[in-house]
Design a protein around this ligand. Structure first.
Ligand code: VGL
Ligand code: ZN
Length: 197
């Protein structure tokens, strides 16, 4: 069994002071660092949107956190965040980026959001992470990071559906918890067979 730590979106825009700040987002960084040596591989994801991305409320003249329908389904419209090359898209400075074997970026397609580390929100366009994991013989994943109820959940559910063994360390995640989204996300992870600890 080869076990990887998958660190989701520990970026400045998801930490206090950032454009899409998650309460306590910065509290998990040192605990994530302490965990890295226990794994055969460390993989980071980085939300990485072009300016004017279709998931931004500003691109639709809409209010942040309102909903819209996209060709691939319903979509939350977010404040502008994690724009490629900006300080907000950079990793939290206390995250040990040098320890990562792979950094996988997502959300770069202007027309499709990508919460999951595996597939864009159309649920079909792959990021390439599945192939990377399989060719390295990685069978088991532990997920930590931001935000529990969006990118962590989507990644965990996709990983479980792809047949990986998946554990989410809730103590090393923080949630947006928008309109009951955390409870829904936890139920979805349980249904998919994700182990929540
Ligand atoms: C995320 C909303 C928009 C996340 C990314 O990392 O959970 N949430 N983009
Ligand atoms: Zn995003």
């Amino acid at each position: 069994m080869t076990h990887a730590l998958l660190v989701i979106d520990v970026q400045n825009d998801f930490c206090p002071g950032g454009a899409l700040a998650v309460a306590g987002g910065d509290e998990i960084v040192s605990g994530i660092g302490a965990l890295m040596d226990e794994f055969d591989a460390v993989i980071l994801t980085q939300d990485w949107h072009p300016a004017g991305h279709s998931s931004f409320a500003s691109s639709h003249g809409a209010a942040p956190m309102s909903m819209t329908e996209m060709p691939y389904g319903s979509q939350v419209l977010w404040p502008d965040h994690c724009i490629q090359g900006t300080g907000g898209a950079a990793f939290h400075t206390a995250l040990d980026v040098d320890r990562a074997d792979l950094i996988i970026r997502k959300g770069y397609n202007p027309a499709i959001d990508s919460y999951s580390a595996f597939f864009e929100n159309d649920k079909t366009t792959p990021t390439g992470l599945e192939g990377y994991l399989r060719t390295r013989g990685i069978t088991t994943l532990t997920l930590v990071g931001l935000a529990t109820d969006f990118c962590v959940t989507y990644s965990a559910v996709d990983a479980a559906r792809l047949g990986f063994g998946v554990t989410v360390r809730q103590d090393l995640c923080r949630a947006i918890d928008f309109d009951g989204s955390l409870a829904v996300a936890i139920a979805e992870m349980r249904d998919a067979g994700v182990t929540l600890v």
